[in-house]
Design a protein around this ligand. Sequence first.
Ligand SMILES: Nc1ncnc2c1ncn2[C@@H]1O[C@H](COP(=O)(O)OP(=O)(O)OP(=O)(O)O)[C@@H](O)[C@H]1O
Length: 381
Amino acid sequence: MLELNNVTVSYGQHRALENASVKVSKGEIVVILGANGAGKSTLLKAASGICEGVVAGEIRLEGTDLLGLPANKIVDVGLALVPEGRGVFPDLSVRENLTLGAYSARAREDERVTLERVFTLFPKLSERTKQIVGTMSGGEQQMVAIGRAMMSNPTILTLDEPSLGLSPLLSKELFQNLARVKDLGIGVLMVEQNAKQSLAIADRGYLIENARVVHEDSAANLMRDPAVQAAYLGVGSSEPAAKVSATTTIPDTGSESFTIRPRSQKTQSADAILGRSVADLVAAASSQSVSANAQKRPSTSHQTKVVVPSDRLAAALAQIESGAINARKRPKPQLLTHRQSIPPSLDRSPEAKPCPVIEVYRAPRVEVYRRQPDGNGFERK
Ligand SMILES: Nc1ncnc2c1ncn2[C@@H]1O[C@H](COP(=O)(O)OP(=O)(O)OP(=O)(O)O)[C@@H](O)[C@H]1O
C-alpha cells in the first residue's frame, strides 16, 4: 500500500500542498481531482521523489519510508510515475523505450516476462516494436509511456493527467487499459481532468482544493455528489453559478466547510465592460458575490463559512489597479550607459540598491543514456 500522511510541500514561501493524506492499495484505482494549481501534480511528484520543493510528512510504500529517497531508489521500491506529457524518448523505438523502463534493479531480472506482460496489455506495441515513438499518435505514445512505467514492475503506478491531449475515443481506450492494469493487482493513482471517465473506472477519489485534500469518497459516491457533478462532471452547467454551488463537508475534522466552484461562471462580453473603470467593476463583482453567497445553502451549526470580506477584496484590487497605473506611468527603458549596466549586486556606489532574491526550483538532475555500439541496449553516461 502507498500511504501519504500529512504531506506538506513548499516552493519557497508558497505552500503547494498542506497536510495531504492519501492511500492507495494494490489492485485499486484512485483518482485525484482538483482545479488547476490545486497541488495535484505536486502530490505525485512528492511521492516519486522528483519534487523540486521541500517535502515534509510521511510517505510510505509497503512500509518503506520513501521520503528523502532518490527517485531511482523509489522506482526500486515499486513506485512508477507516468509524468504529464508522457516523457517518452521520441527518437527511440518502442522496444528501446520499453527496455529503458526496466533499468531498475527490481525489474532487470524479470525483464523478458514483464515485456510479455506489457505486450499482452498493449498488443499494438508488440506489432510496432521498431517504430520510432515520435512518429506514433498521441494515444500510442501514451501506451508506450504506461508500458515503460510497467516495465519497472511497479506495485503502484502513478499517472499525471494521462488523458491530456487524447481524443474522447482514445481516452476511453486509455481508461480501459488502466482498468486492466488494476486487474494485474497493481494499484493505480492518477491525477485527471477527465472526471467522468476516470471516476467510471476508479474505486475511490480525492478532491484537492487550494493545496488541501477537502474530500474523499468512493468513486460511485463522488459521481452522485451534486457538488462534484457541478464542478467536475459538467452537470447543471447551464444553470446560473449561484444555483449550482454546493457545500461539502470535510469528514469529521469538524470545523470548516468548503465550496466547490463550478467551472461555469456568468461572464460578460468585453463590449459590456468597455469603458467602465476598474473600481466600478470591482464594486459590481463584489455585490454579485454577496448576492450569490446569500443564495447558497445555509450552513449547519458546526460549519464555518470562509468568506473573503468584500472590502478586503476591493482594497486588494485597488492596490493592483494603482500598481498597474504606476507601471504605465513609468518612463520607457533607455539605452543603458556603461555605468547603469553594472548589476546592482556588483555596484558598490552609495546609491546602489540590493538585488531582489528570486527563488528558482529545479529538478535535481538529468540522466543521459548512450546507445551501446552493438545497438542492443543502453548504458548510463
Ligand atoms: N517548481 C515549482 N516552483 C515554484 N512553484 C511551483 C513549482 N511547481 C509547482 N508550483 C506551484 O505549486 C502550485 C501547485 O502546482 P501543481 O503543478 O501541483 O498544480 P496542479 O494541481 O497539478 O495543477 P494543473 O492541473 O494545472 O497541472 C501552483 O501554484 C504552482 O504554480
